[in-house]
Design a protein. Structure first.
Length: 438
């Protein structure tokens, strides 16, 4: 059903004609950097009472009132409901009037990141949007904690425990607030040309649909079958007798090594790749010249089976590498190819890629170039660069990184880390847990 929906979307784009997006050549996708974090620490605390729906205690109000006196906090207050327009506007106004450079937002929000997960609710997403979108307040200034779930929910059943948790949660958040770091701003080049590899009906239909949408397409033969004829479609360029041999790169920046009809080899730069069934079985994906070919996954998730990233039909574990005829999908070759064209269009950016805030960074001075992170990354977000001494070090493409942490867990030199929840943060958590238990 998903593939049928993709195919229908492609047909709708074609019906739009000239109003459909036409991306050609190259471009750059980036998010303008947010306000820089001030070196001056002026911390504010805003505690949301959630409309007193779970109750509120006078002692909690006293804790907030005493914060500016003995904890290095510039300003502290309780807010009736932070997620309402009035509540969020009051917080923003206070941050500006008091000149706060960091603040604790104790509400139902778990994190300030540009992320919606299974824990998010309408209130949480509405509050994050109201505080951080188009306000000049950067997410790097905020330390959030789930006051509603961790403390307020216990007020009726165990008031003493609720107050104790409230105090601990606020104090820990204030300490972390003083160590907040700027969030990275991903920027990367994009090539808007698509390579279609193979001679099957689904591959040629993908090329035809993309060409009709105004996008440029290169068509090559598969490793075992040179391209027998050149398709006559608008914006589609076929290379007679060509055979695609290997592939490297990721979305927006693929390199396809092609053996031409005269026996020479050429390298073509493209932004997305659509493979036919024969190419899927025989082409080599080379993440790095000094590393063996990488096997990419394309199977859908099965219930109860872990370790496989979620893919829509036709997608693979390598962003931008798509299948024209994914196995196990009971559709005609035409519909499969049309659906693949939709996926190729959607992987290209329509605007600036927003910072996610939970991506991994690698310290090149600590990296020893072992390549474990390259093999462990299911999203091909890690690549190798060569320094002036000829040694390799890993680099994470922040636009592709999903923050899964696989590379962090296996890095032998502690070069890989997450700026928002780094190793220092985890060590502090462990120290506090051990201290409380002892």
């Amino acid at each position: 059903m998903m593939s049928r929906g993709f195919a229908a979307a492609a047909e709708a784009i074609l019906l739009l004609g000239d109003s459909a997006p036409q991306m050609k050549g190259r471009g750059i996708s980036f998010s303008p950097p947010g306000p820089q974090l001030s070196p001056e620490l002026r911390i504010g605390v805003f505690a949301c009472r959630c409309n007193d729906s779970l109750g509120w205690d006078r002692e909690l109000e006293q804790v907030i009132a005493q914060l500016p006196e003995n904890s290095g906090v510039e300003y502290a207050e309780s807010v009736g409901s932070a997620c309402t327009p009035e509540g969020s506007a009051s917080i923003l106004r206070t941050i500006r009037e008091k000149g706060l450079t960091r603040f604790v937002l104790a509400s139902c929000v778990c994190c300030p990141l540009d992320l919606i997960c299974s824990a998010c609710t309408d209130q949480r997403t509405r509050l994050k949007a109201a505080i951080f979108q188009g306000t000049g307040i950067t997410r790097a200034m905020a330390e959030t904690c789930n006051l509603r779930g961790e403390a307020l929910a216990l007020l009726k059943s165990d008031p003493a425990l609720a107050i104790s948790r409230f105090k601990g949660l606020i104090q820990r958040s204030i300490r972390r607030c003083a160590h907040l770091k700027p969030l990275p701003t991903p920027a990367r080049q994009y090539n808007f040309t698509t390579a279609a590899i193979g001679e099957s009906g689904s591959v040629l239909r993908s090329a035809q649909a993309l060409g009709q949408m105004g996008m440029e397409v290169f068509v090559f033969g598969s490793p075992e079958q040179p391209l027998p004829s050149v398709p006559d479609y608008p914006n589609v360029h076929g290379f007679l007798g060509s055979c695609a041999r290997s592939l490297k790169g990721t979305v927006g920046d693929f390199e396809v090594v092609v053996r031409m009809e005269d026996g020479t080899s050429q390298v073509f730069s493209v932004g997305a790749v659509i493979m036919g069934d024969s190419a899927r079985k025989t082409m080599a994906y080379m993440p790095h010249p000094d590393m063996p070919p990488h096997e990419f996954s394309y199977s859908m998730q099965d219930k109860g089976l872990s370790g496989i990233p979620f893919f829509v039909p036709g997608a693979t574990s390598i962003p931008g590498l798509l299948l024209a005829s994914p196995p196990g999908i009971n559709l005609s070759e035409r519909l499969k190819g049309t659906a693949a064209a939709t996926l190729a269009v959607t992987v290209m950016p329509r605007g600036p890629r927003q910072n996610k805030g939970y991506t991994v960074s690698i310290d090149k001075d600590l990296c020893r170039g072992c390549g474990r992170c390259v093999n462990a990354c299911p999203y091909r977000a890690v690549s190798f660069h060569i320094n002036s001494l000829g040694a390799g070090y890993a680099v994470v493409d922040e636009a592709l990184c999903k923050g899964c942490g696989n590379c962090i867990s296996i890095c032998p030199s502690d070069a890989a880390d997450s700026p928002y929840r780094d190793r220092l943060f985890l060590e502090q958590i462990i120290e506090e847990v051990v201290a409380r238990r002892s």
